[in-house]
Design a protein around this ligand. Structure first.
Ligand code: GDP
Ligand code: MG
Length: 430
């Protein structure tokens, strides 16, 4: 998914403005890449449509290039589609029963164990129920898992009536003070009407507080039909996306969300029980899908910085402003971090690239050693002044010279850029 979108947006990078034809072409690429990532056709179409509407109605932000603006709309829509905020399942003080459903191999048993451990470490008292009577080894798998993490496992017998299972669970709750019951159920490789019937019946008798559909992130297009079937036949209250540690592209998440409209609570990120489950963050998956750094943080910070930026023409910028800007940037984090947040930048820099923060500190010291008059008008910086500044800042005259030269060069460059931008504002050429 990410490759195509990246390429499309990279194509727009460095352009002053974008024509509607450019926008259409970009959106076509985005739709294609969604389809390639096994997102359902209707889902992809709807997504692209809302991106188009938002982009056309978007307010033009001076601090962002048009390419960045389109990207930010794509990103925001993606986050919204994935559920917006991170959400957690409902957890009452007692009487919690979570019913785990999904295809065979999707990760139900593993995830049941992970959930039990996750909540045990938060002070809960979980009880695991092995209700997968289809495969002989299924109950053993959960029993062994339970032993390892120190959580009791109640095994449902072959042909046991759902009412009996309910009573046995109730006994555990009463005598062993269990406050979170996690029921692992059987799955099939494909949707199977007989099994669906059994699951629906068991669910009806147990009356779970949450019905969690476990979706394998690697299943792609199939996720849509599976989610649809479970939602229609059993009813689902939340989703868990497993195997996100593989090279899954995220299409399954979009499809499952779209057909159920239910929140994705957790993401499976390893086959290990310990640490293999994480709360699901829509923004993180969106970033992963688009393959970029922390774009949203960048956007927010860029907006904040814009508000604080001195409102003056670039040609009038002084060293004093440079210090102000550097301090504002510093507030955002280290310069290395800031570079990493700029989309595309992380790929352009060599791995492990680090801004020399000491160098930045020295620059700041030099400017601070200048008088306000010198900062406003570096032209008055003669040899003796430069020497004084070097001594005062604990640097050398060469460093002072270099800073002043860099500053003048940058100003010249900014002037050119401003002229180019001045040729027209707005995203689209009309
Ligand atoms: P079930 O048939 O739905 O109960 O699926 P299982 O829990 O038995 O899992 C099937 C396979 O997927 C097992 O090999 C698990 O180790 C593996 N698995 C489950 N969740 C994850 C995950 O988040 N990441 C990875 N890499 N493997 C997982
Ligand atoms: Mg299983």
């Amino acid at each position: 998914l990410s490759q195509r979108i990246r390429a499309a947006v990279d194509k727009l990078r460095g352009r002053g403005r974008i024509t509607e034809a450019d926008l259409k072409a970009t959106l076509r690429e985005i739709r294609m890449s969604l389809l390639e990532a096994d997102v359902n056709f209707e889902v992809a179409k709807g997504f692209v449509q809302s991106v188009q509407e938002k982009t056309l109605g978007a307010q033009v932000l001076e601090s962002l290039t048009p390419a960045e603006q389109i990207l930010s709309v794509v990103y925001e829509e993606l986050v919204k589609m994935l559920g917006g905020e991170a959400k957690q399942p409902v957890l009452k003080s007692e009487g919690n029963l979570w019913f785990m459903v999904g295809l065979q191999g999707s990760g139900k048993t593993t995830t049941s164990g992970k959930l039990a451990l996750f909540y045990k470490s938060k002070g809960r008292r979980p009880l695991l129920v092995a209700a997968d009577t289809q495969r002989p080894a299924a109950r053993d798998q959960l029993r062994i898992l339970g032993e390892r993490i120190g959580v009791p496992v109640l095994e449902v017998a072959d042909g046991e009536r759902p009412e009996t299972t309910r009573t046995r669970i109730q006994q555990h709750l009463t005598f062993d003070y269990r406050d979170l019951v996690i029921v692992d159920t059987a799955g099939r490789l494909q949707i199977d009407e007989a099994l669906m019937g059994e699951l629906a019946k068991l669910k009806g008798v147990l009356g779970p507080s949450e019905t969690l559909l476990v979706v394998d992130a690697m299943t792609g297009q199939e996720a849509l039909n599976v989610s649809k079937a479970f939602e229609e036949r059993i009813g689902v209250s939340g989703l868990i996306l497993t195997k996100l540690d593989g090279d899954a592209r995220g299409g399954a998440a979009l499809s499952a969300r779209h057909v159920t409209g239910k929140p994705i609570y957790f993401a499976g990120v390893s086959e290990k029980i310990e640490g293999g489950l994480e709360p699901f963050y829509p923004d993180r998956l969106a970033q992963r899908i688009l393959g970029m750094g922390d774009l949203q943080t960048l956007l927010e910070k860029a907006k904040a910085a814009e508000l604080e930026a001195p409102d003056k023409a670039l040609k009038d910028i002084t060293l004093e402003d440079l210090i102000t800007q550097m301090r504002q940037l510093r507030k955002m984090g280290s310069f290395t971090d800031i570079l990493g947040m700029i989309p595309g930048m992380s790929r352009m820099l060599p791995a492990g690239f680090q801004v020399d923060e000491r160098q930045v500190n020295r620059m700041e010291a030099i400017v601070l050693s200048m008088t306000p008059k010198e900062r406003r008008d570096p032209k008055i910086l003669n040899a003796s002044r430069r020497k004084r500044i070097a001594a005062g800042s604990g640097t050398t005259v060469q460093e002072v010279n270099r800073l002043i030269k860099t500053f003048e060069d940058t100003k010249g460059m900014m002037r050119t850029m401003q002229k180019q931008q001045g040729r027209g504002r707005g995203l689209f050429r009309r």
